[in-house]
Ligand binder design. Sequence first.
Ligand code: IYR
Length: 223
Amino acid sequence: MSKTYSFIPLLFTRLPESEQHARSAAFLALMQTRRTVRDFSPDPVLLSLITNAVATAGTAPSGANQQPWTFVVVSNPEMKRQIRAAAEAEEKESYERRMSDEWKAALAPLGTDWHKPHLEDAPYLIIIFKQAYGVNPDGTKIKHYYVDESVGIAVGLLLASLHTAGLATLTHTPSPMKFLGEICQRPEQERAMMIVAVGYPAPAAQVPTIGKKSLEEILIVLD
Ligand code: IYR
């Protein structure tokens, strides 16, 4: 017997073009003020802003709607200390031995090195895990589709929410990051993809003088 699937009418309101334009322009202007921040203040942040951002990320489209993500929020100082120590050990090895000169030259304008104080200074770390596959209650595996694309979209929405809430973020990818699964006690199918540090910028925070490509450089309209 074949299974049947249900559908419901879409709830959708067409907006007047003037309002479409106003909303779109306001969102663009807001997002254009986002900067990646590397120096955080330890000032506390409302947990509801973090949970709303994760809920927003959870609205992302995903391959076969499998939602192959887990967000672990860490604020405990001892856990942050452990994460920093493990990340710095890997990053020191990377910067001193694993990364090519070409890679380090590409990163030079950002001013990064193996020191990662933000992992302790920022009040929250959101650790994003991708679920490489799902697991049925009987232990059998469920194949997941377009996992990287799905999690990438979700993290984009997460960052947009945090920025809208007036918070600063740093997307950080210590490499390799297997230690995060161990510290956060995640199952084998969950692989850490990124740490997003969240908080307020330190009063003396600086950002590099880099910018985004112009619209002309990134857009091709074929008509
Ligand atoms: N993971 C390292 C190196 C690094 C790599 C890229 I590509 C960046 O855009 C920034 C940093 C680090 O976090 O320092």
